[in-house]
Design a protein around this ligand. Sequence first.
Ligand code: ATP
Ligand code: MG
Length: 586
Amino acid sequence: MVGGLNKMLIFDDIGGDFEGRLRSCRMAYRTVRVSGEELTLSTGEAIIEAKFSLKVLDRLHEPAYIGIKRMTSNGETFLVYQTTGVSPVHFQMLGMGINVPKVIRREFLETIDRSWGTSEETWIDILAVPTGYRMDIVDGYPRFERSNLTPLVGGEAKILSKEAVKAFLCVEKGSEVGEIKGLGIPLTVKMDEIVKYHSGLFGFTGCGKSNFTSYLVRQALSFMKNISVVIFDVSGEYLIHLLDLEPEFISTETFDSADKILDAQAIPDSLEGMRGRMKVLIESLISSRKIERLLLNSETDFSLDDLYKFFESLVEERKDAEQAKVAMRRLDTFSKNRGYSHDKLLKEIADDGEALDELLKIIEEFKSMIHGMGATWKRLAAVEKFITDRSLDVKSKGSVLMPEDLARRAVSEGGNKVFVVYAPEPIEARRAVSRFVKELLLLKKIMGYKRTVLTVLDEAQEFIPQKPTVSDATEESNRAVESLLRQGRKYRANCWICSQRVAHLNTNALQQLHSYFVSTLPRSYDRYVIAEAFGLSYDLVDATVSLETGEWLFVSYRATKQKNVPVFIRAPNNEVILTKGLADKT
Ligand SMILES: Nc1ncnc2c1ncn2[C@@H]1O[C@H](COP(=O)(O)OP(=O)(O)OP(=O)(O)O)[C@@H](O)[C@H]1O
Ligand SMILES: [Mg+2]
């Protein structure tokens, strides 16, 4: 090694302008009430005083990691702090309350204005919180390890360089989740751990949750093998967000054309011009039978009456109405001859071979009279499937499936798969999630399927509210998702949760997440719940208020190089990736 030329530049002194020392440090506590419960939050609060410089001030408006030099009995080390805020101070500001007469105040202010950077009476206060790590410099390279050493007041402060932060936080050959704010270098993480240990994304509406979740799904698909991602989408965003990946689209609604599907989905403004391409892709999904219907009625409670209602609805909607009337007349004769009442279960009819044949003939005849690819045909195919094929065949790509079938497909298909489950009606969505999760866990436990299945719940407050009730099916979904979070890890059944209302979420569920991304949460109690659930400094969580769309505070016990060191990142825009993906497709 020659004179350190090849060594890493560990500190960035901002062109020689940065000079700072630790002025104070303490633990601070705050007690708050959230939903009637008292929470005590804490933060380690350090104030570093730095020489005033506009360059330093500008740089520190973005987050930075700072090492505070500390002598130990074994030599020197640096305690690593993370900045949460910055404020320029002039000595005269301190004594200038509003009780000072106005003329004198004005004079003070003019003096202050002139003296920024020129007088010894100005400086910068940097607020920082401990990361819990120390950095030792060994042979010119930084080495990080956990430490609970307290700093000593007066210790010299130095800003960590890009290279040092990279060595501190970035996983080699990891998956990129965004750029580290203030440094512009990619943050690389262990994607498999983000999947394996469940993750959460929290931020108020419009902060970019669905956009970023879509990006993370892409990363999971490209970094992992043999994974099924099943996204439950109540707001109709993900088919478009992931369209270039040609996901399977499974919907509780029926659509009879690509246009109708597009109309029901949220299309980001930046992609309006791509409608034509999207339509072509959706048409190709239809023709490759990747668009399917999700049915929530179970075979056991399907009765003749449901069949009547189905035909009646066609008459009402004037879709194949004449044919439906004919079918209803046949059904009438069938029921009368056999002595069946309307509530006769189809399952029971199926037990009698002759009756089954007769019923299927009625359905077949009806099918032969209507348009083969329309929505009616598909809905009817479901009924037929119930009666004839109760052990649903995983490999056959029927056009209709139940949540249990989806679970079976998710655990058993090969390659990487994305399923977007569009269920705009919340009660239906909750029932679908509950049944899917129950079957998934059962299949995993009993049949021992090894394949990773990642369930993504956007708008998670719909599924795991703090106060669930039976009537709206939240009780059921809450229980299912909680068991997925508690038990799933062992079986490679994982879950990501996105929500805007943290304070209204089931806290037991929250505590199962090992990685989380937090964007702006304008309500303080939402932030406090995050701080408490994940043991974060409230100063740090409060700093999320000034994040912009697509910016996140990321913390993880597992996926980052160091446990639980928060990083502010700027996420890539999924719309840009999608636009390129769509352009490449056609
Ligand atoms: N990384 C990003 N870069 C630039 N713009 C972004 C980014 N992420 C999201 N946006 C923009 O922000 C808007 C909202 O994004 P998105 O729909 O993902 O938010 P959301 O948090 O899911 O909102 P909601 O709670 O309403 O579902 C979109 O118009 C999108 O263009
Ligand atoms: Mg969203």
